[in-house]
Design a protein around this ligand. Structure first.
Ligand code: FE2
Ligand code: FE2
Length: 283
């Protein structure tokens, strides 16, 4: 997603972050794992697009074969290491900088006691590094639900036949909305990210949510039918009591249910399938 002018302005106003590497190394060597395992690491800074890690390795320590989603810059601050990829082995000593493309599988062995500065940088346009993606209902859909709740409360307060008919709708609608907000609508919040960056490993929790929608779909469609039938009762009561605004409200709620069946539910189901298929296809 593009940055707003305000975000860009805030970034430009950020003061530089200064890290004392000598002090960080001293602290690293006091860590328990340095004493016990002969290797230690500490994250110096981390943003969605950049990560800096300081590492200390005793002679013979090995970082087993791994790969990162971002490009790697590895600076040897002291000592000497051997770095292996599928294509080659290189020995690099103090003062050298090694650059690796994203997703290149590599391992490291300390030939001497070494200190390394590891920078992992996501390329511009790639999805940011995030631990897990928050599934949130798209804001306009949440607002629509909230407005329908308010409208229904007003119809109940109108009293008379309209109030009674609205109450019957509310009893069916409230538990239905709870389910929708729990598992039917949150997957739709992924659409902008999916369109921009495709499926990300952090989306692995999504199919569990859409599986629940698949399971409960027949019941939810049944609930829609019951809600629409109760809404017909509200239209009738509003017409009889000459309160056309409540008839219009009831028609708006019917349209809401139709829009969900035609767009929201099928989209959420497709998102679940799409994410699952892509994650299963990845190594
Ligand atoms: Fe809804
Ligand atoms: Fe619904």
């Amino acid at each position: 997603m593009g940055k707003t002018a305000k975000q860009k302005e805030q970034e430009l106003a950020h003061p530089p972050l200064v890290i004392d590497l000598k002090e960080a190394t001293r602290r690293l060597r006091k860590k328990e794992e340095w004493q016990s395992a002969g290797r230690a690491a500490t994250t110096l800074m981390k943003t969605p697009y950049r990560r800096a890690t300081l590492m200390a390795l005793r002679k013979g320590a090995i970082l087993t074969r791994h790969r990162t989603r971002g490009a790697v810059l590895l600076q040897v601050l002291s000592g000497r290491i051997r770095l292996g990829t599928d294509a080659s082995q290189v020995e690099v000593g103090e003062g050298s900088l090694v650059s690796l493309h994203p997703r290149v599988s590599h391992d490291v062995e300390a030939i001497e006691e070494s200190e390394l500065l590891l920078l992992v940088v996501k390329e511009a346009g790639e999805a940011p590094q995030v631990e897990a993606i928050q599934l949130e209902i798209p804001q306009p859909l949440k607002q629509e639900h909230d407005e329908l709740h308010v409208g229904l409360a007003e119809a109940i307060n109108a009293g008379g036949a309209v109030g009674a008919a609205a109450k019957a709708v509310a009893e069916l609608m409230h538990p239905h909305f709870v389910k929708e907000e729990m598992f039917a609508l949150p997957p739709l919040g992924l659409l902008p990210l999916l369109a921009e960056h495709g499926v990300q490993p952090e989306m692995r929790g999504v199919p569990a949510m859409t599986d629940r929608l698949e399971r409960e779909l027949p019941e939810m469609l049944e609930e829609h039918r019951a809600i629409v039938s109760a809404l017909a009762g509200l239209v009738e009561a509003a017409t009889n009591e000459k309160k056309p605004e409540y008839a219009r409200f009831a028609e708006k709620l019917m349209l809401h249910a139709h829009a969900e069946e035609a767009v929201s539910y099928p989209t959420a189901r497709l998102i679940g399938r799409y994410v699952r298929e892509h994650l299963e296809a990845q190594p």
